[in-house]
Design a protein around this ligand. Structure first.
Ligand code: UGA
Length: 431
């Protein structure tokens, strides 16, 4: 099928590359001309395993193309995806101005029936508003579909090509058939709903996962008080298939561009519609509290941090990405710098992005051992695999004081104790 995708951000690029891989003819459009130039030369602007290969391969066989304008691709497009950003405004509400601009552009250029699919995460009711906006600029026939994405950074290509489910909110049997054809080669349950339910499924899924994380973090808080070990507790809980073992890792809580934004947006959306979403409010509060707990542990281990050297392992909001949006690392480092600590950091992917947002005297190191050398404490923020595989004897020799504050519970308490570390983790017996 002939597909047009507006927005070459994270969602747009993955969608475009994967649909081309499934033999559709895909044209991607973005207003950022420099980005388009780079994409056309084969450069992948985001760190996402498997994506550069898919982009290169499908560009070469001309199943995928990038352009700064909707014409000529819109002439033949059967399906037009809107995959532009929906950043949060100050009050948590989603900012829809990019999506509205995309609709205006579509309306001004369209001259035949097409299915307009929204992939961005937008408040419930946006699809209906989209119809009104498009009608202002285009009087012909069209359909609006909501098709939320469930991609996780770091495994987005796999998630797209082998999804758990595909959710399609459609308002006509004709658009439903077109979407069925688009996804006919995807072997997974396809959930057809009305427009509002599809929009809600996305928020409800993210909010539920965020709730699981905050719930286990609250259990961790109690574990620290009563001598239980949250990892053992999570394992025991997770074996019940009704609970499931995923998203029960206690630690610094959730960051990234999705959970923080979507939980706030859903809370805000419920509120303006007259519903006080009490659980979600608590989920957000608990998540913020996790960062304070980590700072409290750093100060418990080293005392006043002024003029102390603190090593930070990890800047990304989770492993296998260079994304630092809403990463606990940023807040923790800014706090420590404010208290005049000396900071050394290492992250295998996110250092360049961090340099752009962090001010102050920070030593960016090439490896985790260099961070540890002559520091009063190492603080683990991101659970990158190579931190898990660290040579602990070597680490201990490098530290000025044997303090490890682990925000992700990556080591065994007993082993760390045996090796002589002062090891403070989350929700485990030595805290
Ligand atoms: C999340 C969802 O998992 C995707 O399904 C969804 O499509 C996406 O948001 C989105 O809305 O676009 P992502 O933000 O890439 O994906 O990250 P996750 O892997 O879900 O992790 C989110 C955060 O939760 C990370 O900071 C991670 O460290 C934290 N987390 C995760 C925990 O603290 N504990 C856990 O047990 C799991």
């Amino acid at each position: 099928m002939k597909i047009l995708i507006i927005g070459t951000g994270y969602v747009g690029l993955v969608t475009g590359a994967c649909l081309a891989e499934k033999n559709h003819q895909v044209a991607c459009v973005d207003i950022d001309e420099k980005k388009i130039e780079k994409l056309n030369s084969g450069f992948c602007p985001i760190h996402e395993p498997g994506l550069p290969e898919l982009l290169g391969k499908n560009l070469a066989v001309k199943k995928l193309s990038f352009s700064g304008t909707l014409q000529p691709a819109i002439k033949e497009a059967e399906i037009i995806f809107i995959a532009v950003g929906t950043p949060a405004k100050e009050n948590g509400e989603a900012d829809l101005s990019y999506a509205e601009k995309a609709l205006e552009d579509i309306g001004r250029n369209l001259d035949h029936y097409a299915v307009i699919v929204n992939k961005s995460t937008v408040p419930v009711g946006t699809a209906k508003k989209a119809r009104k906006i498009l009608k202002r600029y285009y009087q012909g026939e069209f359909s609006i579909v909501s098709n939320p994405e469930f991609l996780r950074q770091g495994s987005a290509v796999k998630n797209f090509l082998m999804p758990d489910r595909i959710v399609i909110g459609a308002d006509s049997s004709h658009s439903k058939k077109i979407m069925e054809k688009l996804y006919q080669d995807f072997d997974c349950p396809k959930v057809f709903t009305n427009l509002e339910s599809a929009e809600m499924i996305k928020y409800a899924s993210n909010a539920f996962l965020a709730t699981k994380i905050s719930f286990i973090n609250e259990i961790a808080g109690v574990c620290e008080k009563v001598g239980a070990d949250v990892k053992e507790v999570a394992r025991g809980m997770g074996l019940d298939p009704r609970i499931g073992n995923k998203f029960l890792e206690a630690g610094l809580g959730y960051g990234g561009s999705c959970f923080p934004k979507d939980t706030r947006a859903l809370y805000q959306m419920a509120g303006v519609n007259g519903y006080d979403f009490r659980i979600l409010k608590a989920v957000i509060e608990v998540n913020n509290y996790q960062r304070k707990c980590l700072i409290e542990k750093i100060e418990r281990a080293v005392g006043d941090v002024k003029d102390k050297t603190i090593g930070i392992w990890g800047l990304a909001f989770k492993p296998d990405t260079d994304d630092i949006r809403e990463s606990a690392a940023i807040e923790v480092i800014q706090y420590l710098i404010g208290k005049r600590a000396n900071i050394k950091v290492h992250d295998p992917a996110a250092m360049e992005r961090a340099k752009a947002v962090l001010d102050g005297d920070i030593a960016y190191c090439d490896d985790p051992y260099e961070v540890a050398r002559d520091t009063h404490a190492v603080v683990i923020i991101t659970d990158w695999q190579h931190f898990k595989e660290i040579d602990k004897e070597r680490l201990k020799k490098l530290l000025l004081e044997p303090n490890i504050i682990d925000g992700r519970n990556i080591y065994e308490v007993e082993e760390m104790k045996r090796l002589g570390f002062n090891y403070l983790s989350v929700g485990r017996s030595n805290n």
